[in-house]
Design a protein around this ligand. Structure first.
Ligand SMILES: CC(C)(COP(=O)([O-])OP(=O)([O-])OC[C@H]1O[C@@H](n2cnc3c(N)ncnc32)[C@H](O)[C@@H]1OP(=O)([O-])[O-])[C@@H](O)C(=O)NCCC(=O)NCCSC(=O)C[C@@](C)(O)CC(=O)[O-]
Length: 452
């Protein structure tokens, strides 16, 4: 198996014969035809798992590079928006006004409205940005970021106007040591106002033998030998979480590697979480990973993505985020995947979560918006992959998405200047440049202007 730099051979990439669909979506207000799950004719079936003799080594190498949170290997044998653009840009005028004006205001609003109506039908007036940097970004950091820095980052992101900031994960510290301080982070931000702060919860709770619990807190006895140790959902709620997210996969191999169980078993686990959440009126978001490709399984058929998305929706998730985990999607592959999912889950309940490995996130977001999606996951400064690690890449940078949406006249309520300051804050801490092209460019313009 190749590295992430070349995760899928071109022969393994999904069919590109979908350009006609894109054209259809670009020129009409787009909605799926509603013909059930009938995706068979628009997709080549994903190839089966690698048959290479060195599967295990390849798989290990792949998981090390693609999923750096895997610190250990797993034994696989077990198991008119346009008129509002000045509002969203206006908040950024002081520092970045000249750049935004020069590059985003070379037409008047009516011109923009006319042009976008002609070519970009379907784009929503408002896009909800779900910031995932503190969770998805920092879970991939080589060095653990101190709790205080995480808390300050979350505060800054919230104060930039982001409506949702995914704060952390209540997962196993053995697998994701970077987020082992989930309880402390959540307790520090639980009363922060102005944004929702969901956390990832892979399960309900864990029942453990007393003997392996001697040093754990948050435990209660249910029999002389069995203790319930608050983990997952219950630990998150105890720490003050008011919204949670569960994360399934459309790839069997990824599911086993990431959460140690099959897709079906994960759905059973998540039904328990969703049920407990419903009882407490806690909103649950659902993720589907590998919605376009998986380096092990190759192309993932849209029907599989649609199946998992519908299961999550049926169990009560208020929103389903579709993750191109390794960033291999192009509009040619994202469109049929979205079309399949939109046939079974209402489009207003869908979000896209796109990693930027191949630089395809912005076109993929644009086409998603044209198809009616209005929730986009992003990561400040493009956190989520070390620029020095071969092939690794984080989510699309929030600053780049905000800049693009401003240019399209789409409102986000995000103050780009404050967002960039949050990015600068974490970049300084991590000791590396921003992964956002917008942040780099606007910071350079601001620096040049200050010299005059
Ligand atoms: C999924 C599990 C929990 C399955 O956990 P498991 O089935 O119990 O088995 P395991 O062998 O993987 O882990 C067992 C250990 O985890 C403990 N454990 C079990 N549950 C918990 C918990 N809730 N909190 C804390 N600890 C827990 C459990 O007590 C035991 O501890 P040990 O006895 O070895 O010391 C585990 O494998 C795990 O935590 N994996 C990490 C998953 C993860 O966080 N992945 C990254 C996020 S997903 C993602 O990034 C994709 C996404 C969402 O962004 C979308 C996209 O980009 O596509």
């Amino acid at each position: 198996m190749s590295s992430l730099e070349e995760p899928l051979g071109l022969d393994k990439l999904p069919s590109m014969s979908t350009i006609d669909r894109i054209q259809r979506f670009s020129s009409n207000a787009c909605r799926p035809s509603g013909d059930g799950m009938g995706m068979g004719s628009c997709w080549i079936e994903g190839s089966s798992c690698s048959t290479s003799n060195s599967y295990d080594e390849d798989y290990d190498e792949y998981t090390r590079e693609a999923f750096p949170w895997r610190r250990h290997t797993r034994d696989m044998s077990h198991g008119d928006s346009f008129s509002r653009r000045t509002v969203s840009l206006g908040r950024n005028h002081k520092m970045f006004g000249s750049a935004c004006d020069i590059y985003n205001s070379n037409c008047n609003d009516k011109d923009i409205r006319d042009i976008t109506n002609k070519f970009l039908k379907g784009i929503p007036r408002f896009v909800k940005i779900v910031e995932v940097g503190p969770r998805d970004g920092l879970q991939n950091e080589k060095n653990t970021v101190p709790t205080g820095v995480k808390v300050e980052l979350i505060r800054r992101l919230v104060s930039s106007g982001l409506p949702v900031v995914e704060a952390t994960s209540f997962v196993s510290p053995k697998w994701v040591p970077q987020l082992a301080d989930a309880r402390d982070v959540m307790e520090a931000v639980r009363d922060l106002e102005g944004a929702r702060l969901p956390v990832l919860t892979p399960n309900l709770k864990v029942i453990l033998q007393r003997s392996i619990l001697f040093q754990q807190c948050h435990a209660s006895v249910i029999s002389s030998n069995l203790w319930v140790y608050l983990q997952g959902f219950e630990a998150a709620i105890a720490a003050g979480a008011k919204e949670v997210a569960i994360f399934a996969s459309a790839s069997e191999a990824f599911s086993k590697s990431n959460i140690n169980c099959s897709i079906e078993d994960s759905l059973v686990r998540y039904r328990a979480v969703a049920h407990a959440a419903k009882v407490l009126s806690i909103p649950v978001r659902g993720y589907v990973s590998c919605v376009v490709g998986c380096p092990v399984e190759g192309a993932i058929p849209p029907s599989k993505v649609a199946y998992v998305a519908k299961e999550l929706h049926d169990m009560g998730c208020f929103e389903i985020s579709l993750g191109d985990t390794i960033g291999v999607g192009t509009p040619g592959t994202v469109v049929p995947m979205l079309e399949a999912v939109m046939a079974v889950v209402p489009v207003e309940k869908l979000a896209v979560h796109l990693h930027d490995t191949y630089g395809q996130s912005l076109p993929n977001i644009l086409i998603s918006l044209q198809m009616g999606i209005s929730t986009v996951d992003c990561s400040v400064a493009g956190l989520g992959g070390c620029p020095y690690a071969k092939g690794a890449s984080g989510n699309v940078a929030t600053e780049d998405v905000v800049y693009m949406l401003s240019g399209l006249g789409v409102e986000t309520n995000v103050d780009l200047r404050k967002l960039m300051l949050a990015g600068d804050f974490i970049n300084k801490h991590l000791g590396r440049p921003s992964g956002s092209k917008t942040a780099i460019a606007l910071n350079r313009i601001a620096a040049d202007a200050s010299k005059i």
